[in-house]
Design a protein around this ligand. Structure first.
Ligand code: IPM
Ligand code: MG
Length: 352
């Protein structure tokens, strides 16, 4: 197969984990006889430095014209000035919006060999296999009005939690579709006791639930969901929730897996290219040291093969190689070892 893949390494550890993931991509190309065309663009802080904007029109256009996009991470202290007109994160949000990738799939699995690395008691971690589907192009991140002003002589800041019915419907429908191939259970997380947008969310979830009588639907308030993630995570399977709740809950859930560095994500829309990125950030404290865990990005690449290119065997080959590397004892610093990013990738390649 021939496919066009755009690489967006971004900032911090992004370039290190992307270049190692490209080695895995090349290994898959030769093993399975594919030929991928890759091109690379700046995104985030590095794009601000070079072009004065966190996402250029050219980068977005090239991403839209690709089959899939593999991204590293954006952000860093250098671009953290609250008064700055542009921020690295804005580029990422504009990219997600521009691609229309409204559903962000974040699987949380606990590798049996890493249970002792999580601060959660190991008996609670047995059987944890959660798929969080985070709404990605709506809610507080994008709602209008948004901004700063002075009202009645007081400085004021406004963000708006806004959802249209269709935005909720399409992501909840996807959650039900994905639940069919799993434990046939959807947990919809909201704050319907307080927020109007959550009451609309719940109403639509109920509506879609009635069309899927074979799938159990439960509603959980976000504060309770946060608690249950650490007190009884094995009880969750498919979780669907709005943008910011999903952002917060998935960082929390990553603690179950032992390290944020392990977790991949896939952002999908209706038909266009998918965006694949690890859930962790740019980790400026270890950037340039070559010690970042590449697994979150390498597993995101597996997702890219599965969802955008429909290459299931290739996806499984990568996932199996990662699994074997962990079983063999390969560990970067975040999971208690001392392998470099490159050595971890070498071990994965050896198992591919
Ligand atoms: C994530 C990140 C981003 C988000 C930031 C970098 C804008 O935290 O992908 O989870 O909040 O979506
Ligand atoms: Mg986040």
């Amino acid at each position: 197969m021939n496919a066009k893949i755009t690489l967006l390494p971004g900032d911090g550890i992004g370039p290190e984990i992307i270049s190692e993931s490209v080695r895995v991509m090349q290994a898959v190309e030769s093993k399975f006889g594919h030929s991928f065309t890759t091109n690379e663009h700046l995104l985030g802080g590095c794009s601000i430095d070079k072009f004065g904007t966190s996402l250029t029109d050219e980068t977005l256009a090239d991403c839209v014209a690709s089959d899939a996009i593999l991204m590293g991470a954006v952000g860093g202290p250098k671009w953290d000035d609250p008064k700055a007109k542009d921020r690295p994160e804005r580029g990422l949000l504009a990219l997600r919006k521009g691609l229309g990738v409204f559903a962000n799939l974040r699987p949380v699995k606990v590798h049996p060999a890493l249970v002792d690395f999580s601060p959660i008691k190991s008996e609670k971690l047995a059987g944890v296999d959660i798929l969080v589907i985070r709404e990605l192009t709506g809610g507080l991140y994008f709602g209008w009005p948004k901004g700063r002003d002075v009202k009645d002589g007081r400085e004021r800041a406004v963000d708006t939690m806004e959802y249209y019915d269709y935005e909720i419907r399409r992501v909840v429908e996807l959650a039900f579709e994905l639940a069919k191939g799993r434990k046939k259970k959807v947990t919809s997380v909201d704050k319907a006791n307080v927020l109007e947008s959550s009451r609309l969310w719940r109403q639509i979830a109920v509506e879609i639930g009635t069309k899927h009588p074979d799938i159990e639907l439960e509603h959980v308030l976000v504060d309770t969901a946060a608690m249950r993630l650490v007190t009884g995570p094995a009880w969750m399977d498919v979780v669907v929730t709005e943008n910011m709740f999903g952002d917060i809950l998935t960082d929390e859930a990553s603690v179950l897996a032992g390290s944020m560095g392990m977790l991949p994500s896939a952002s999908l829309g209706s038909g266009g290219p998918g965006l694949y990125e690890p859930i962790h950030g740019s980790a400026p404290d270890i950037a340039g040291k070559g010690i970042a865990n590449p697994i979150g990005t390498i597993l995101s690449l597996a997702y890219l093969f599965r969802y955008s290119l429909k290459l299931e065997a290739e996806a499984i080959a990568i996932e199996t190689a990662v699994d074997r590397a962990i079983v063999e004892g390969a560990r970067t610093k975040d999971i208690g070892g001392n392998l470099t990013t490159r050595q971890m990738t070498d071990t994965i390649l050896k198992n591919l």
